[in-house]
Design a protein around this ligand. Structure first.
Ligand code: PGA
Length: 254
């Protein structure tokens, strides 16, 4: 059965003690819940907290961890970089690749993202590969082509044998951190198109790949988004920084 995932991208927020407290509260809350085997929550803290957060979440079967980025290089003299292997060795199972903040603020292009995806999957991680259009592209009507190109870069990198290590997140850039959410209909239109594109590449195996929505998803709107076909959960920024909100969003999974 296809996984349903709520992943909290903490971005560059929290001190170490705040991170420990957030992870501990969420772990306690989720440890009491009996959930279907295909439901999963993922905490994605900054790098320095990853090992500790992974230890805190380890006892809860449906709670895992991930990293926000990884290096496009395997190992060696790359000061300041963090490799996919290091992330996996800290107990994480996911890594976000191609978040719009990486694409726009750190000029990550398709070629770099493809190298990261390869290394991440070879290290045993599951990739949460992000795609999404800018406001200009949405308003100008070119969003379908923009997303198609981004998805194509991903699917041509991930062979069918590795498909269980792929999650796609549709995150319209105009909805990230703005309080403006895509309507369920807007999101579903894109999710359906992505599913179609995955089917062209992977045939019936395409239905295994979870497609998450991200962009001002919160405790109030999660339910209406997650009840739509082909929205398999969410990648949550701001609302993942509060334990109660994150747990409420997880509870909204259908
Ligand atoms: P947001 O961020 O929920 O704060 O809009 C989402 C994301 O960037 O993944």
């Amino acid at each position: 059965m296809r996984k349903k995932i709520v992943a909290g991208n903490w971005k560059m927020n929290k001190s170490f003690s705040e991170a420990v407290s957030l992870a501990t509260t969420i772990s306690k809350e989720l440890s009491h819940k009996i959930v279907p085997a295909h439901f999963e929550a993922v905490l994605i803290p900054p790098f320095p907290f990853l090992r500790t957060v992974s230890e805190i979440t380890f006892p809860v079967a449906h709670l895992n961890t991930g990293a926000q980025n990884c290096s496009s290089e395997k190992a060696g003299a790359f000061t300041g970089e963090v490799s996919a292997e290091m992330i996996a060795s800290c107990g994480a199972s996911y890594v976000i690749i191609g978040h719009s903040e990486r694409r726009t603020l750190f000029a990550e292009n398709g070629e770099v993202l493809q190298k990261k995806i390869d290394l991440a999957i070879d290290s045993g991680l599951t990739v949460i590969a992000c795609v999404g259009e800018s406001l200009k592209e949405r308003k100008g009507g070119s969003y379908s082509e923009v997303i198609y190109k981004q998805v194509q870069e991903i699917v041509t990198t991930v062979s069918i044998e590795k498909i269980s290590h792929l999650v796609i997140a549709y995150e319209p850039v105009w909805a990230i951190g703005t309080g403006e959410t895509a309507t369920p209909d807007q999101a579903v239109e894109v999710h359906n198109a992505i599913r179609q594109q995955l089917t062209e590449q992977y045939m019936e195996h395409a239905f295994q790949v979870p497609i998450l929505y991200g962009g001002s998803c919160n405790a109030s709107n999660a339910e209406s988004l997650f009840s739509m076909p082909d929205i398999d959960g969410g990648l949550i920024g701001g609302a993942s920084l509060k334990a109660q909100d994150f747990v409420a969003i997880f509870d909204s999974l259908k």
